[in-house]
Design a protein. Structure first.
Length: 255
């Protein structure tokens, strides 16, 4: 059985309880999705070995999603292994420059990096998982990722994303949706510019209900505004009646 293990569940501003959004998919292959800080220590806290990560998927190149990459490679520099990094062309080029800045692509580094730039709608396979990329609004480098597991179940991760009709049109009846849920609707009313970059709890619940999502997992919960998980839950439940999990950092969920 595949598992999703949350490294962080918050937005760009960390809180005492939520760090920047990132998670592991453990499904035969060990897939790291985004790479914020202290990721080596956090992977160990989740009971996994950082050196066993096979693939890193980069959703986009905002700092809270990628700034831990040099630390990850530096920590594993003596490991005679390879890491495959997938993302948009802009994301993979940025990752290469970031690692080169610290001299982490030199021949003396045993931990070797292979970059795989993706086009929108391109798919690739790692053992036991088919992964499809789709472009989404938020940043010019942004991609969402759809995972199709060997048992036929499917999960989509949106990264930071406003409501995007083409994305929801393509996930009717999906098993799991891990989606931006930055704040309750009242903050989107106070700060209308958020509508272009993120999704409110109310809108997420509404759209997930219309799409028939079986299990909704909100992520990227802001730390800069005063609200509680209970408010997020209540707003989503105004529309959505499927399974709802508001994950905590270091929570592991079977898929």
């Amino acid at each position: 059985m595949a598992h999703i293990a949350f490294i962080g569940t918050g937005g760009s501003v960390a809180t005492e309880g939520r760090d920047n959004a990132s998670f592991l998919i453990d499904a035969g292959s060990l897939i790291l999705v985004d790479c914020p800080g202290s990721v080596v220590q956090k992977i160990k806290r989740l009971g996994r070995k950082p050196e066993n990560v096979d693939v890193l998927l980069v959703s986009h190149i905002h700092p809270d999603h990628i700034y831990g990459l040099p630390s990850l490679v530096h920590s594993l520099m003596a490991e005679d292994r390879e890491l495959d990094i997938y993302g948009s062309e802009e994301s993979t080029a940025f990752c290469a420059k970031l690692l080169d800045l610290f001299g982490l692509l030199k021949a003396k580094i045993k931990y070797r990096i292979r970059f795989h730039p993706l086009r929108p709608k391109e798919e690739f396979r790692v053992p036991d998982v088919l992964i499809r990329a789709q472009d989404v609004p938020h940043n010019s480098s942004s991609l969402s990722y759809r995972f199709v597991f060997s048992d036929g179940k499917e999960l989509l991760y949106s990264g930071d994303t406003p409501f995007h009709p083409p994305l929801f049109a393509g996930i009717i009846g999906i098993d799991y949706l891990v989606h931006d849920c930055s704040a309750p609707q009242r903050f989107f009313i106070q700060h209308p510019e958020l509508q272009r970059m993120h999704t409110s709890a109310l809108d997420l619940g509404h759209q997930a209900s219309k799409a028939g999502v079986h299990t909704l997992i909100p992520i990227h919960i802001f730390g800069e505004f005063p609200f509680t998980d209970a408010e997020i839950w209540a707003e989503i439940r105004e529309y959505y009646r499927g399974d709802l999990i508001i994950p905590q950092d270091f929570e592991i969920i079977p898929l």
